[in-house]
Design a protein around this ligand. Structure first.
Ligand code: DQA
Length: 140
């Protein structure tokens, strides 16, 4: 089982950024723990602050991997291009958010990812990513 976590803009700052919303753990720390816990999964991660790089990565892995966990961060709410890429590829995408975007500003209620996601996990902090991993390990 090959799964990639793709993180969008500013998620490289996890642990330093708005810690009241996003927590104080760095993504690298969390990811190392996740890899340790799910040794049976080939787990990779990719982060970019650049919209086109996220689209390139989705296209690159989207016909080969078993699962994609996508937190497109702010691009979730703005990017028709990332939404189209999710629609185009064959690998199922689970949309993830650390925060509960529906309890925040109105502009965070719109997602260009959701219509073509297999499912959505949000509001559970970094654990949202783990729940998404588990979703790929469960027979549907
Ligand atoms: C986020 C929510 C987005 O609205 C925000 O722009 C982010 C992070 C989350 O994981 O909660 O950068 O995707």
């Amino acid at each position: 089982m090959k799964i990639i976590i793709i993180n969008g803009p500013n998620l490289n700052l996890l642990g330093k950024r708005e810690t009241d919303v996003y927590g104080d753990q760095s993504f690298q720390d969390f990811f190392t723990e996740l890899q340790f816990k799910y040794k049976e999964v080939e787990l990779e991660q990719f982060q970019s602050n650049i919209e086109g790089e996220l689209i390139d990565k989705l296209q690159e892995v989207g016909y080969e991997y078993d699962g994609i966990i996508l937190n497109a961060a702010a691009y979730t709410h703005t990017s028709v291009g990332i939404g189209d890429a999710v629609k185009a590829i064959e690998t199922p995408v689970v949309e993830v958010h650390i925060s509960n975007t529906f309890s925040r500003e109105d502009f965070r209620h719109k997602s260009y990812i959701s219509p073509n996601a297999q499912g959505i996990v949000l509001g559970f902090g970094l654990q949202s990513y783990e729940l998404a991993v588990q979703s790929f390990l469960t027979d549907k």
